[in-house]
Design a protein around this ligand. Structure first.
Ligand SMILES: [Zn+2]
Ligand SMILES: [Zn+2]
Length: 529
């Protein structure tokens, strides 16, 4: 497998002489298998030069794949300037994390709207296919790709590519889940261990290392790693080589040299065999299979799944006493198109879990005011009637290290955090649960539950309620228009998806017209108005 770095800078391009050695272009990596499969990971400004290189090589009918980690500018700004997308006869597949409201294609098209760029995305000459990904695995010809969510204020996927007997992992942008680990100290547990499993025994780990442990306290929640964390991760996961990348735009070449020298000295003191380097723009690596250990593909699920049906009726249960925080959460979650329910005691929580089968529970832990850990244990005792465990995200000022805490709490949201961070974490867990639903099959009464969906549209228009947001009472005319028994599952899902798209723009007249169309399309002759 051949890997070439075309962009190694984080956040913003830095075309200045003092940073020319490690490179000023933002994230872009080219990967080629021995069989000739071309995969590009991220397409920051470095993508422009990769595109020029591919055109200069004169390939006709070029076929390639672009994996996007997330749609922050420094990972997609090369796309409008990636010349092979404009050549008729070329074929490209672009992959990225599936959003809840917006597809990958829509997000990429956004930066090419008339206001920002002269050519819209849909007028590129090449044939482009878009793939919205969730966590899982899929094949790109002879390359096996695994995906996993990273910890960043935007929904972000890490990619593990396996071919020719080697494994390369790309993990940008990512912040340690545990703040303690950012210093390079502490135990790798919980979601950090999950991350370590993802990068396990990679022949090459290309990892976000934007900050140092010293700089980190001022950058908490920005969604990036420290060099110290990457070192600890690399050693723990028995990675062979680590490429530090996503270099901070304020760190010049000499500073990167000094940083690297100090890391290597520390590794030497610990007699670690980890091979660490700072990625250089233009650098090429030829990876050969290791003799000591092969790389086993992680047992994974499909990363491309039609999870709309499972997402259609997703809800999040909130056990939060702080009114300001509860309102902010409710607003953020509803902005994702997800239904919100509140509860104030464990009995109410139990009832709602049994009735609504939420995708996620968010609890607050701030004793003695509210004991989220106790609620979490009570929820765990009840179970949720599924093969998978209901994810519980705990909002607290620090992780609780009590016995059993690691197994009870699925993930932590440590205060202070930004709305974007909370929203992304919730989005990732809702998508994970939706995928698990797909894998284990829908609940038996899913059809009946989905048939209620027009009422959710009605409810959303009415705005959030302070507590217990059950559907509002139906008016007589609406009962006639949406009789539960005449909407088939397929139709109701399509219609609900349609309603979700138009809901933000609806006016009473428009809504009325759509309602009539839905009723006509789905009713039996006798039920027609
Ligand atoms: Zn970035
Ligand atoms: Zn980012």
């Amino acid at each position: 497998m051949r890997v070439q770095f075309w962009g190694t800078r984080g956040s913003i391009a830095t075309p200045v002489p003092s940073m020319a050695r490690y490179g000023g272009n933002t994230s872009c990596i080219e990967v080629r298998s021995a069989g000739g499969t071309l995969v590009i990971v991220d397409c920051g400004t470095g993508g422009h030069w990769l595109g020029q290189n591919l055109i200069a090589a004169g390939a006709k009918g070029l076929r390639g794949h672009i994996l996007i980690s997330h749609t922050h500018w420094d990972h997609i700004q090369g796309i409008p300037f990636f010349a092979p997308l404009f050549v008729p006869g070329n074929e490209w597949d672009i992959y990225g994390p599936k959003g809840l409201g917006q597809s990958l294609r829509e997000a990429l098209a956004g930066q090419m709207q008339y206001t920002y760029f002269p050519v819209p995305l849909d007028q590129c000459g090449a044939k482009i296919r878009y793939h919205d990904l969730v966590e899982g695995t899929f094949d790109i010809d002879d390359i096996k790709v695994s995906t996993q969510y990273l910890n960043h204020p935007a929904l972000t996927l890490g990619y593990r590519l396996e071919a020719d007997g080697v494994a390369v992992v790309y993990a940008c942008d990512h912040e340690p889940h545990s703040r303690m680990l950012a210093s390079g100290h502490g135990e790798i547990t919980g979601q950090d261990r999950r991350h370590a499993e993802f990068v396990n025994r990679a022949d090459l780990l290309i990892h976000d290392a934007q900050y140092t442990a010293e700089e980190y306290p001022a950058k908490v929640g920005w969604g990036h790693s420290t060099v110290e964390y990457v070192m600890k991760l690399g050693q723990y996961a028995e990675v062979k080589r680590v490429a530090l990348t996503h270099h901070d735009p304020l760190r010049d070449d000499d500073a990167i040299d000094r940083l690297l020298a100090s890391i290597r000295a520390r590794l030497g003191e610990n007699t670690s065999s980890l091979d660490v380097f700072a990625a250089v723009e233009g650098q090429v690596l030829e990876l050969a299979p290791s003799h000591e250990k092969g790389c086993a593909r992680r047992a994974g699920e499909q990363a491309q799944m039609p999870i709309e049906l499972a997402l259609a009726n997703s809800s999040v249960l909130l056990g939060i006493a702080d009114t300001k925080m509860a309102t902010a959460f409710s607003k953020d979650i509803q902005a994702e198109g997800i239904h919100v329910e509140f509860f104030s005691d464990i009995d109410e929580a139990r009832k709602l879990i049994a009735k609504d089968r939420p995708s996620l529970v968010v609890l607050e832990h701030d004793p003695p005011r509210i004991d989220g850990m106790e609620t979490c244990r009570a929820i765990r005792q009840q179970g949720n009637g599924h093969d998978h465990q209901l994810p519980v995200v705990m909002v607290a000022s620090q992780e609780v290290q009590a016995p059993g805490a690691a197994t009870d709490v699925t993930d932590w949201l440590i205060k202070p955090f930004t709305g974007a961070y909370a929203r992304t974490k919730i989005r990732a867990w809702v998508l994970r649960t939706a995928c698990q639903w797909m894998r284990e099959g829908y609940p038996e009464d899913e059809e009946r539950r989905l048939a209620r969906l027009p009422m959710h549209v009605q409810h959303r228009r009415a705005g959030p309620r302070a507590r217990g947001s059950r559907p509002l009472p139906q008016k007589e005319t609406e009962k006639k228009r949406f009789p539960e028994n005449v909407i088939s599952t397929d139709k109701s899902v399509l219609l609900w998806m349609y309603c979700r798209e138009i809901a933000p723009f609806e006016t009473p007249t428009f809504s009325e017209k759509v309602g009539e169309l839905i009723a006509r399309a789905t009713s039996t002759p006798s039920a027609r108005l």
